[in-house]
Every structure is written in structure tokens, then in C-alpha cells.
Write a protein that binds this ligand. Structure first.
Ligand code: KG4
Ligand code: ZN
Length: 383
């Protein structure tokens, strides 16, 4: 079965082709065009600019993806497109294009939830450009074998922060989520406060590199500014009895640390690399401490067989490492899965892979034939 995936929910225009057979999926092409440079000068994604860029790029990107895959159009079995959640002007370019192509080429069309795509990025083999065979190795068992369930997914992206429990494929129970800002959003806003530019996640991670250790912060003394004052940011909701998160207060705490130096005289201080690096490190570590702690707490309650990381923030090396170490130490029998770094950020392979699982389980596949007219785009789509 050949699936074309299309993704335009935020600032990446992406298309991919996968070949799915009973027990193997191959990624035939994975094309992503990022708009990061365009939005950097505005300090964040501007929805209408994103839509304009998507419109310019979507058809060439699909064309390149199809060409790279080497498939013939007549053999294409399904078009899969992210239809929410995301920025509505951006999403509409992807869904309108997919609907037009589905009509023109007479192909079935399936809408995919963006976060479902991120979760299914974990099912793409890390070692090669293919998803490996059923039960061939430990990594590969994830694809079809149900014994990776229940799975606990920590979803961390620009718009979402959730702990999701999956008892089986396509079955999601949100057991905790952010009450305010998403993790990626907090990274982006703190980077802005620190004059580190956009996108904030990689910029903070880079600035924090000098101080990063592969342990949680409990075991190390607080960092000190040059004047000898300690830098300790809060770990919001670390000990709350639920599995929810909150990051907006943390962002404000950073603002207050920087605020006294935001006056004219002290604006210079933000040019002090060490000052910025210290705050970047402490912020990142605070976020990681909370994410790790809450995930372990959920694991203790729900006894998952697998813990997965998903969403753009899963590209954060320290988070990948520290969560992995914590799982290994506290729950050695739980397997830990992270998406290949190429599939951490937005891409259309994950959309196509999730679509394959959905399609397989669908009883009435004929309805997909009418989706060129019926498919809805929903910025607030829920899992
Ligand atoms: O999943 P994604 O590509 O788009 C959304 O669905 O939102 O996630 C984008 C988010 C941005 O907020 C970006 O700053 C963050 O992921 N991000 C990172 C890193 N790389 C990207 N956050 C922390 N560390 C990173 N290395
Ligand atoms: Zn995303």
C-alpha cells in the first residue's frame, strides 16, 4: 500500500511517501521545507505568513516527494493530511491541497491528528530509512506487536504538553496536560526574553550546553552568577498530586531574573554570555526535572510497558538523555522509545504512518472516497 502524507500545521511544509505492507513499512521519501528563517525576524510564527509560504511551496514539495519515491501516481492508494490541531491558515493550505488532489486523482483521503502523527513518529525505525519487520529486533516489535502496550507517551511540542496513555493502537487517554503554556512555547518565549532568537528550543539548548550534565538537578549545587548569587528557578507543580503541568510561571520567573537588567544601563547584561547561559541552563533543567518526575509518577501508577517521547521538544538532547536514564534507573523493565531526530520535528512521514494504522482498522474504507468534499479542518481537533 502506498500513502502520500502531507503536513502544514505550523511552519514546515512537508510531504512524504511510505510503502506499507503487512509487516513492513518503508519510507520512500521524506521532504520538509522549513520556514524558520522567515519567521525568525518576527520572533515567532506569523500564521498568515506561514500560509503564504505553504501555498508557494506545497505543490513543489509534493512533486519532489513523489519523484523521489519513484512511485507511479496510479499506484498511490491513499492521501493522508494533517487536519488539526494547528494554525488554521496553515492547516487550510495542506487540507485544501490534499482535497483537490484527492478529487483530481480520484484517491481516498484521510485526515490525521497532528499529535497522533508525532506519537507514531516513534514507530519509524531509528537505524535506517525504513520501519523494520515485525518482531525482528526489540525496536521493531513496536510496529505491529501489541505487547508494547500499555504505552505512556510524553507529548511535548510548541502547542501541546500532555501525558497520554495508550492501551492499544489509536487509543488515547490524556492523563495530564499543561494548564497554560506548552513546553515548546515556554522555550520560545524564554529565548525571546534572553535575546536568543527563534526558534527558542534549539537556541536555549545550545546556550545551556556549557553546563549540561546528564543527571537531574537534585544532585548538584545551584549555579551561581558572577556576583555569587544563586540561580534557582521554580520546578512548577513538581509535587502536585496530578499529572498536569504549568510553565507560564516559570517563564515569568525568568523574566523577573532578567527584568532588573532590562533597564537601559543593564541591557548590556544580556550581552554577557555567561549570564544568559546560566539562565538558559537553569530554565531547561527546571523543565526537564518536571517532565521527568511527572512521567515517572505516571509510570508508577499506570505500569506501562513502553515510555515514548513525542513532539518537537523531543529533539532536546538533554531531555532525551535524562528521561532515558531515569526510566532505566527506576523502571528497568520498561522500554524507552524516542523518535529519530529527523522525525522529532514536524514532518509528513509521521502523518502517513499514523494514517496506515488508522486505515488498517477502518471498517468502512469507502467513506474515504468522499473526503475530497467531506474532510474538515479543525484548529482545535482533539485526540
Ligand atoms: O512539534 P513541533 O515541530 O511543532 C508543533 O507541533 O508545535 O515543535 C516545535 C517546538 C518549538 O517550540 C521549538 O522551540 C521546540 O519544538 N524545539 C525544541 C528543540 N527543538 C525544537 N525545544 C527544546 N529543545 C530543542 N532542541
Ligand atoms: Zn508538531
Amino acid at each position: 500500500m502506498l500513502i502520500l502524507g502531507i503536513e502544514t500545521s505550523c511552519d514546515e511544509t512537508a510531504a512524504a511517501v511510505i510503502k506499507a505492507e503487512k509487516d513492513e513499512i518503508k519510507v520512500l521519501s521524506n521532504v520538509v521545507s522549513s520556514q524558520v528563517k522567515l519567521h525568525a525576524k518576527w520572533g515567532g510564527v506569523v500564521p498568515n505568513l506561514a500560509a503564504r509560504e505553504h501555498l508557494k511551496n506545497i505543490l513543489p514539495i509534493i512533486k519532489i516527494s513523489l519523484k523521489k519515491s519513484g512511485i507511479s501516481l496510479k499506484n498511490l492508494d491513499l492521501i493522508a493530511v494533517t487536519n488539526g490541531p494547528g494554525l488554521i491558515p496553515a492547516l487550510l493550505i495542506g487540507t485544501s491541497t490534499a482535497k483537490s488532489l484527492a478529487y483530481l486523482w480520484q484517491k481516498p483521503l484521510l485526515g490525521i491528528h497532528h499529535i497522533e502523527g508525532h506519537i507514531y513518529a516513534n514507530f519509524i525505525n531509528r537505524d535506517q530509512e525504513s520501519i523494520i519487520k515485525k518482531q525482528e529486533k526489540e525496536d521493531s516489535c513496536l510496529l505491529f506487536a501489541d505487547h508494547c502496550f500499555p504505552a505512556l507517551c510524553l507529548v511535548v511540542s510548541g502547542g501541546h504538553t500532555q501525558l497520554v496513555l495508550m492501551k492499544k493502537h489509536l487509543d488515547y487517554k490524556i492523563i495530564g496536560e499543561t494548564l497554560d503554556d506548552a513546553v515548546g512555547e515556554a522555550f520560545d518565549k524564554v529565548a525571546r526574553i534572553l535575546n536568543l532568537g527563534y526558534p527558542g528550543g534549539p537556541a536555549i539548548a545550545k546556550a545551556a550546553e556549557k553546563y549540561t550534565h546528564s543527571t537531574t538537578s537534585a544532585s548538584r549545587p545551584p549555579l551561581l552568577f558572577k556576583d555569587g548569587k544563586g540561580v534557582v528557578l521554580p520546578r512548577p507543580m513538581l509535587n502536585s498530586p496530578d499529572f498536569n503541568f504549568s510553565f507560564s510561571g516559570l517563564k515569568t520567573a525568568v523574566l523577573y531574573l532578567v527584568h532588573p537588567v532590562k533597564s537601559k544601563k543593564n541591557e548590556e547584561k544580556l550581552k554577557d554570555k555567561e549570564f544568559v547561559q546560566t539562565i538558559a541552563y537553569e530554565f531547561q533543567q527546571s523543565v526537564i526535572d518536571v517532565l521527568v518526575e511527572k512521567t515517572l509518577k505516571a509510570a508508577k501508577k499506570y505500569h506501562p510497558k513502553t515510555i515514548m517521547l513525542a513532539g518537537g521538544v523531543s529533539a532536546n538532547e538533554e531531555l532525551r538523555k535524562q528521561l532515558g536514564l531515569a526510566v532505566e534507573k527506576n523502571f528497568p523493565s520498561i522500554s524507552y522509545k524516542i523518535p529519530d531526530i529527523n522525525y522529532s520535528m514536524d514532518n509528513a512521514t509521521m502523518t502517513a504512518v499514523a494514517a496506515y494504522f488508522r486505515w488498517q482498522k477502518m471498517k468502512n474504507k469507502n467513506t474515504l472516497r468522499n473526503n475530497w468534499k467531506n474532510l474538515k479542518t479543525d484548529a482545535g481537533l482533539t485526540l
